[in-house]
Design a protein around this ligand. Structure first.
Ligand SMILES: [Mn+2]
Length: 318
């Protein structure tokens, strides 16, 4: 598949790049790395994202090239959908992109549904950024410092700073190559992890007030309502990382974070340790993800949603 995709890049002139709503470091870093590589190869590329980039990613080279309106989809030789397990993850414009003749699916989610016959999916890879690195090396693309910063950020964020089980020796070897290409790990970490706003920390204080520990299923669960968001002036992206804070509690193996995204509609993020598979739990509600990190959406008021999630965990964990 790498060869077919390399041929598409070599023979084409103009490409569309997109990823999922609620952008993360892997989505953005992968998009921007591919964009810069295509530009270095003398190609034209357009990045379309439904959502704005979270402020912590403002340092990524090339970010000002991202557009938020999708004009004509004609005139592209192919579209690259990065880090998307299915077409719907793109957001409102997914059907227009799905109708394009060539859509390349590059992803590492276990739940990827191979929505295209041009699918480069490696569930063993730490991140989409790591897969792209291999594609670029295979194609002989020069890994410039700007490309390296984007790929490194993709890998760093999807491995939780090289802490999750998707961190393999090969992942660290790629990260090492990227540092050799000019990435300053301290500078990237400072941007990603040490640039919180006061609003965000105030929201965290409110959220921590809802933390419940269910010792029988070794689960910690915490939630943020729309009211809390309004009271603190925080942005939806400001809850990124809250779920990892729950997982940092030594006595729990499952961390659950509920966020009310619209009235009586919740996004639920799961994190787990070791063998505990939270992908199955999310999948039971129509979501997906990875063994140790998954998500789904459930309609209902906060208490109903929390009970549904705890019941499902009881069933899966016992
Ligand atoms: Mn990813």
């Amino acid at each position: 598949m790498i060869k077919r995709i390399a041929d598409i890049i070599r023979s084409g002139k103009r490409f569309l790049i997109s990823s999922h709503v609620r952008l993360d470091g892997d989505a953005l870093g992968s998009e921007l790395a591919l964009f810069l590589a295509l530009r270095d190869l003398g190609k034209d590329a357009v990045i379309y994202n439904q959502d704005d980039a979270p402020q912590i990613y403002a340092f990524l080279p090339g970010l000002d090239a991202v557009t938020h309106t999708l004009d004509a989809v004609e005139g592209f030789d192919a579209a690259f959908l990065l880090d998307c397990s299915d077409f719907g993850r793109v957001g409102d414009e997914w059907e227009r992109i799905a109708a394009m003749e060539k859509v390349v699916n590059i992803d590492h989610h276990i739940s990827n549904d191979f929505f295209s016959d041009l699918s480069l999916v490696d569930v063993e890879a730490s991140s989409t950024g790591e897969i792209l690195y291999r594609l670029m090396i295979d194609m002989g693309v020069a890994i410039t410092k700007d490309i390296a910063i984007n790929l490194y950020t993709a890998i760093l964020t999807d491995t939780g700073s090289f802490r999750y089980s998707n961190t393999a020796a090969s992942t660290l070897a790629v990260a090492s190559d990227l540092v050799l290409a000019g990435v300053d790990p301290r500078w990237v970490a400072e941007n990603v992890y040490e640039s919180r706003t006061i609003d965000q920390v105030t929201l965290l204080r409110e959220a921590l007030g809802t933390l419940e520990i269910h010792e029988d299923i070794r689960t910690g669960i915490m939630s943020v309502s729309r009211q809390m968001m309004a009271d603190t002036g925080a942005m939806p992206e400001h809850t990124d990382g809250f779920v990892d804070l729950i997982r940092s509690i030594g006595s729990i193996t499952v961390a659950v974070f509920l966020q009310e995204t619209s009235e009586n509609y919740y996004k639920i993020s799961f994190r787990s340790k070791g063998e505990v598979n939270v992908e199955r739990v999310a999948a039971s509600f129509g979501g997906g993800g990875h063994v140790n990190a998954s998500a789904c959406r459930i309609a209902g008021d906060g208490e109903t949603v929390k009970k549904a999630v705890l019941d499902a965990l009881q069933a899966f964990l016992s």
